[in-house]
Design a protein around this ligand. Sequence first.
Ligand SMILES: CCCCNCC(=O)NCCc1ccc(S(N)(=O)=O)cc1
Ligand SMILES: [Zn+2]
Length: 261
Amino acid sequence: TGNHWGYGKEDGPSVWHNNYPVAQGNRQSPIDIIPQQASHDPSLGPIVLNYDQCTSTNISNNGHSVVVEFDDSDDRSVIQGGPLDNPYRLKQFHFHWGGKGCHGSEHTVAGNSYASELHLVHWNAVKYRTFGEAAAAPDGLAVLGIFLETGDDHRWLHTITDALYMVKFKGSVTDFKRFNPKCLLPSSLQYWTYLGSLTTPPLHESVTWIVLKEPIIVSDKQMGKFRLLLFSGEEEDQRKRMENNFRPPQPLQGRKVRSSN
Ligand SMILES: CCCCNCC(=O)NCCc1ccc(S(N)(=O)=O)cc1
Ligand SMILES: [Zn+2]
């Protein structure tokens, strides 16, 4: 119905352009990041994350991913520095992942993909009044991308994976307070940055992407819990496991990828 989209053969990334023509635009995401072709930019300062006062509110299944939302009524949790001209307010974070054992990140690095990718979504509340308005503006959003690689258990990811059974079905939401995403950061904040888009419809070309070079390590078992989620709602008789909810890399179209030192 309408602009329904998904990750299947009939409604997946290869047909999104029918309802969202910007899918074939010149600043689409994700991309394949080629480190040797990224230009070192000494003017790029460090990324600064102030998440200490952040207030998570709920965790939900929106039929495309699992999303943790934050109270963004003031500047209590922001990202700034790096390529950003002002602070951007944390709105939500969500994940993209693959099927059993196969890859699931959206950005790739020299053609290699990771098991999953975490997106921390921030909006420019200095220039725009609402998230929706910012999401449609060329300098409206800043998304911090963090790769997840499989290995040992992640000490803090349990807090999220233990809550996933509560949001199994599309449209389910439950309280999720006092979660600080600082615990999901790798030790280094070295990054690549480029101008791109949302990686799902409406695919707005409004994102300054900041992709961290260092992945975090999570276990196969923890990744398996994401795959217990369903794309489908409780009332649907066809249960579709939520996996492979990633868009493949898009043409660079002459864009420059910059690298922090
Ligand atoms: C509240 C007003 C609604 C505005 N209109 C809804 C809207 O624009 N939603 C966009 C949501 C979104 C999609 C994809 C990413 S990603 N995967 O690129 O990080 C991040 C955020
Ligand atoms: Zn995303």
